[in-house]
Design a protein around this ligand. Structure first.
Ligand SMILES: Nc1ncnc2c1ncn2[C@@H]1O[C@H](COP(=O)(O)OP(=O)(O)O)[C@@H](O)[C@H]1O
Ligand SMILES: [Mg+2]
Length: 295
């Protein structure tokens, strides 16, 4: 027999528990889930951390901090399951690999090339690519911080140098066709579509959720097929898929782990609730699996 209560470690980051974290804790209580908050911004003693983790049936990562990946890998090494697991970050973290993945799975995406580290060669590659203005991006980055456009090869080289200087690291750069379109966000929980939001912006870059109003949009049958393919390809349970539209056709821009739940404040609790339901089921599955191996 397995015990009734589900114990879930809840990774978060910040000075205090935020509004959404409090929602998680309150709703969890009602569902007979013991949520143990673990703040990765606090000092962590490895021994204590291990003991805390061992008490949990599974761990949920609710922080979008890049730093969290090392804690996730540590927890996995302790033998516990993390949602979403560290392997799944591979395609959300690396924009080039995401493009390659899309190509492999016939998922419509934006024309992209990986540029040479040698900037003279990169210039020639951009000339051959011949999409102006071109969007340049570091293969890793969030919040549009390392995403800029260039009108010509010389300007592109300046942007690349700027990225490398700013990040104090020569991280590979991709070049992408610019598609002028609002950004369409689809939020996925437990591999199902739970929300849509159009992100419009005064500039060509539409990032973040702050200080904007959002509208919903309809999922047509083409889009449904694309989303199913993306979910199957990246295997991530909880994510935000961003798409652009070109000449009436959907193009997948990227998949984000730990998607924002606050596009619509009045639906935030619903998304937290759906996440907890999913986590509870995942706990039960974990326990059953363990019981099975014990036999
Ligand atoms: N190829 C593109 N064409 C037009 N706009 C783009 C393109 N790539 C990115 N953008 C805009 O820039 C924003 C940030 O780019 P994105 O690839 O999502 O990087 P990040 O991971 O930093 O959010 C997007 O939300 C979109 O509004
Ligand atoms: Mg983005």
């Amino acid at each position: 027999m397995t015990s009734k209560k589900s114990v879930i470690g809840f990774l978060y980051s910040g000075k205090n528990l935020g509004k959404e974290e409090k929602m998680f804790l309150e709703l969890a209580k009602k569902k007979n889930i013991e949520l143990i908050p673990i703040n990765i911004f606090k000092r962590i003693d490895e021994k204590e951390f291990r003991e805390q983790i061992k008490k949990c049936d599974l761990i949920y990562n609710n922080t979008a901090e890049d730093f969290v990946i090392e804690y996730i890998k540590t927890i996995e090494e302790f033998g516990k399951k993390v949602i979403d697991n560290s392997r799944l970050y591979y395609y959300t973290e690396d924009k080039w690999m995401f493009y390659v993945k899309c190509q492999e799975h016939n998922i419509p995406t934006i024309n992209t090339i990986l540029l040479s580290e040698n900037l003279n060669i990169a210039k020639k590659e951009l000339e051959d690519f011949n999409h102006w203005p071109v969007v340049l991006k570091r293969v890793v980055g969030t919040m549009g911080e390392y995403v800029e456009k260039a009108e010509n090869p010389e300007q592109a080289v300046r942007v690349i140098k700027k990225f490398w200087k700013k990040g104090s690291e020569k991280i590979p750069i991709i070049a992408q066709e610019m598609v002028l379109s609002p950004s369409y966000r689809i939020t996925i929980i437990n591999k199902k579509i739970v929300q849509t939001a159009i992100k419009t912006s005064k500039t060509w870059k539409a990032t973040g959720v702050h200080g904007k109003t959002f509208k919903k949009f309809k999922i047509d049958s083409d889009l449904k097929k694309i989303v199913d393919k993306v979910v199957k390809a990246v295997k991530i349970n909880i994510c935000g898929i961003d798409l652009l539209k070109k000449d009436g056709k959907w193009l997948v821009l990227e998949v984000n782990s730990e998607p924002a739940f606050d596009f619509f404040e009045n639906e935030r609790e619903k998304l937290v609730d759906l996440t907890l339901n999913f986590l509870k089921q995942a706990c039960i599955n974990q326990k059953n699996k363990k019981a099975h191996y014990k036999k």
